[in-house]
Design a protein around this ligand. Structure first.
Ligand code: ADP
Ligand code: MG
Length: 377
């Protein structure tokens, strides 16, 4: 069978820097191996523009070997005669890892010819790559049209958890949004105005909202397009019954740097020469209180520049509140997930989504092509 997993892990010096996604792919892989499947495993890795040794699956294969306790077979290409021969020689329970699917230009174009060649490698297709399923690519959508196509355990759980927050959350639902770009998250804001009791805004995103309200933002990160979107969201919030909550105090720095000069701002008018790099403790406490009373908490995007230790406090406080709160907690977004892992809280939330863009699109109510194409969708 052909198994599409999301093994798109961050690399550092050609080593796996964070293996969260590899771990998340293991349950389906192990279940299929125990069931005696002959598994052709495929994923993309990074964004190479064609074959590029810097994006080879080799480091992923090494990590998988360690985790599976047995060496898996590795192909030097995605498709072709040699790959086909190797796939045919697989014994039950054996795994053949293909090269990075993006080495084939047809992958992102969802080229039917590439999909056809992938389909020749197996009789059955399983998609477990939730994080890639918002893209109609040859390994996520194209091949699913050609073979009997089913969901893997991870993809299924992602869809179940995220759809349940979207469609039938235990109330009150509190949504916490942060991170860098309003434009990434505007769809989620608009879709949850109908369903959430409150949307708590933090991260650089809040400065597009402040700018839209005419509040000075100093040197803070403000997205031009974001200001337009933010004023649209503020307007839509007016009559919605959902509260759109902005920070009431901030932590400022001179520059986006660990050792930068810092000051607290009891208010939100950022003076010239300063940038907002975290929500203040007053805001963090207020957000934590709301989170503690929620039936469901959905969190996407850090509250500040948490990679810089002096500006991690707001994100940490919110992460703790999300982890400790009695409500159901769902967290999405690569950086928010990384923050939870860093704070040692990843095990304490109910669901930590592996899909950034895919989780946002599902929450917005968009259809994911890689999911729709499955026979059991
Ligand atoms: P996620 O991956 O969880 O969806 P994003 O990618 O949207 O989150 O945003 C994460 C990034 O936002 C982090 O790199 C963080 O440094 C940045 N960020 C958050 N708050 C600020 C801020 N006030 N100023 C500049 N960057 C910020
Ligand atoms: Mg991110």
């Amino acid at each position: 069978m052909l198994l599409r997993a999301d093994l798109n892990v961050p690399l550092e010096d050609e080593h796996v820097a964070d293996d969260t996604r590899i771990e998340a792919a293991l349950p389906t892989l192990s279940l299929l191996r125990e069931g005696g499947a002959r598994i052709v495993l495929v994923s993309h890795l990074g964004r190479p523009k064609g074959p590029d040794p810097a994006f080879s699956m080799r480091p992923v294969a090494e990590r998988l070997d360690e985790r599976l306790g047995a060496p898996l077979g590795r192909a030097d290409a995605v498709v072709g005669e040699e790959v086909r021969a190797a796939a045919e020689e697989l014994d039950p329970g054996q795994v053949l890892l293909l090269e990075n699917s993006r080495f084939e230009p047809g992958e992102t174009k969802n080229d039917p010819e590439l999909a056809g060649r992938l389909a020749q490698l197996a009789e059955l297709y399983v998609n477990d790559a939730f994080g890639s399923s918002h893209r109609a690519h040859a390994t996520t959508e194209g091949v699913a049209q050609l073979l009997p196509a089913y969901a893997g355990l991870l993809l299924e759980r992602e869809v179940v958890e995220l759809s349940s927050v979207r469609d039938a959350p235990e109330q009150p639902l509190i949504v916490i949004l942060g991170g860098a770009k309003v434009s990434d998250k505007i769809g989620v804001i608009e879709s949850f105005l109908e369903r959430a009791e409150a949307i708590l805004i933090g991260g650089a995103m809040c400065f597009s909202f402040f700018s839209a309200q005419g509040t000075p933002t100093g040197e803070s990160l403000v997205e031009e397009e974001g200001v337009v979107l933010a004023s649209r969201a503020l307007e839509a919030a007016e009559g919605s019954g959902c509260e759109l909550v902005l920070p009431s105090d901030l932590e400022l720095g001179r520059a986006f740097a660990e050792g930068t000069e810092r000051r607290h701002l009891d208010g939100t008018e950022v003076p010239d020469g300063w940038m907002g790099l975290d929500i203040g403790p007053g805001t963090a406490d207020a957000y934590a209180e709301r989170i503690a009373l929620a039936g469901t908490v959905l969190w996407n995007g850090p509250m500040g520049a948490f990679e810089l230790e002096p500006f991690a406090a707001g994100t940490r406080r919110v992460a703790e509140a999300v982890a400790e709160g009695p409500g159901k907690s769902i967290v999405g977004g690569g950086d928010s997930a990384a923050a939870l892992v860093e704070f040692g809280l990843a095990e304490k939330v109910d669901w930590l989504s592996t899909g950034g863009g895919a989780s946002l699109e599902l929450l917005e109510g968009k259809e994911l092509p890689g999911v729709e194409a499955l026979d059991d969708a």
